[in-house]
Design a protein around this ligand. Structure first.
Ligand code: PMP
Ligand code: GLN
Length: 381
């Protein structure tokens, strides 16, 4: 392997889902829902595949109706105006958008500030871009942004602040004051912000605010999202990056050589998904809120310390009250001890100490599955 892969190993999601399959455990590890997205959207995808017309390469940046639907989505929810021809690129999931943005905007030696714990592809792609990651740690109990630590992390080599809100794995949703502090630093030091907003519609206690809506930020922010979480279609891998033309051109510059173009037959249905009515989003949120409360109450009743998330479909617990010291060890033994799979936070940190006792649980599962998982976890008590 090339040095680019040094230390990266196998992604925790693959490891934990394989463990669940092997042991027959309930998989609350990898985040994917066990009910599929809107039937009307799936019907359009099926019809598009059957009727043809989208079986050959789509235009590199995505089919125009999908780029228009993304622009319309940003206008409708956030009052952000985007030119679908120059300011939007469709990607193979948010994952490719993250990779292309980092490869297209980070030079070797540049520093990239990221909020840890962070989604595992960030560390991998910063490394592959030749950048240096500079973590700013969100800590228990509330995972708020330590603004002074963020300010102290900026140096004359800082090129990018990589954000994620709502935040995986902590479930924190960045508040307006936190975003303003980040924006002020970005303006002062002329930094680019890459903002991963894949959980934009999964908020329960705080509104999602795209940092691109703050003064002076539209021109320096690449906003990334995808249909995976918002429409329970994680396997489709249709995502996008949007922002000012110069930054989006850099993302496109890389994307064209990574994949050239993404999933043509799914793009018309993705456009339809983005236009779902307000009721769809309210119901998704209400259902997930219910599942969040069910799992959080269940985990608390088993004896964990539970950090109730404001957004995403993940909740975090501290495993120490149950007599375990280490989340990695806990998660490796959990299938055998209780027939459940979860994900240790530690793998998302540079500061391993901060993540050691924490474990992430996905609640995007049917209530009966969550109920069964909690019943099994009672074996730990
Ligand atoms: N960013 C975050 C924070 C995520 O949790 C995920 C979900 N796997 C992704 C990006 C990737 O999204 P996609 O499946 O659209 O590539
Ligand atoms: N985003 C999901 C999670 O955090 C799935 C990630 C993946 O499989 N790469 O669990």
């Amino acid at each position: 392997s090339s040095a680019r892969l040094d230390g990266l190993g196998t992604t925790i999601f693959a490891e934990m889902s394989a463990l669940a399959l092997r042991t027959g455990a309930i998989n609350l590890g990898q985040g994917f829902p066990d009910t599929d997205g809107p039937a009307a959207v799936i019907d359009v995808a099926a019809r598009t595949v059957r009727d043809g017309g989208h079986h050959q390469y789509a235009p590199g940046p995505g089919i125009p109706p999908l780029r228009e639907a993304i622009a319309e989505h940003q206008r409708r929810w956030y009052d952000l105006e985007l030119d679908p021809d120059h300011e939007i690129v469709v990607t193979t999931g948010a994952t490719e958008a993250i990779a292309a943005a980092l490869l297209g905007l980070v030079d070797p030696g540049d520093e990239v500030i990221a909020l840890e714990p962070y989604y595992d592809s960030y560390a991998a792609m910063i490394q592959m871009a030749g950048g240096t990651r500079v973590p700013v740690t969100l800590r228990t109990p509330d995972f708020r942004l330590p603004i002074d630590e963020l300010r102290a992390a900026v140096t004359d080599r800082t090129a990018v602040i990589l954000l994620n809100t709502p935040h995986n794995p902590t479930g924190a949703v960045l508040r307006r004051e936190e975003l303003e502090a980040i924006a002020q630093l970005a303006r002062e030091h002329d930094l680019v912000v890459i903002s991963d907003e894949v959980y934009e519609h999964l908020t329960f206690d705080a509104p999602h605010i795209p940092i691109a809506t703050l003064p002076g930020m539209r021109e320096r922010t690449v906003t990334i999202s995808s249909i995976g979480k918002s429409f329970s279609l994680t396997g489709w891998k249709i995502g996008w990056a949007s922002g000012p033309e110069d930054l989006v051109r850099s993302v496109m510059g890389v994307k064209q050589f990574l994949s050239y173009t993404s999933g043509a037959p799914l793009q018309p249905a993705a456009a339809l998904a983005l236009g779902q009515d307000a009721r769809y989003f309210e119901e998704l949120r209400a259902q997930l809120r219910h599942q969040r409360d069910q799992l959080c109450e269940g985990l608390a009743s088993v004896g964990f310390d539970v950090y109730v998330p404001e957004g995403t479909y993940f909740t975090t617990t501290d495993v120490r009250p149950l007599g375990f010291a280490d989340g990695v060890d806990f998660c490796r033994r959990l299938p055998e001890l209780a027939g459940v799979v979860a994900v240790p936070h530690e793998v998302f940190y540079d500061d391993k100490e901060a993540g050691r006792p924490l474990v992430r649980w996905a609640f995007c599962k049917r209530p009966e599955v969550l109920g069964e998982a909690v019943d099994r976890l009672r074996r730990l008590a």
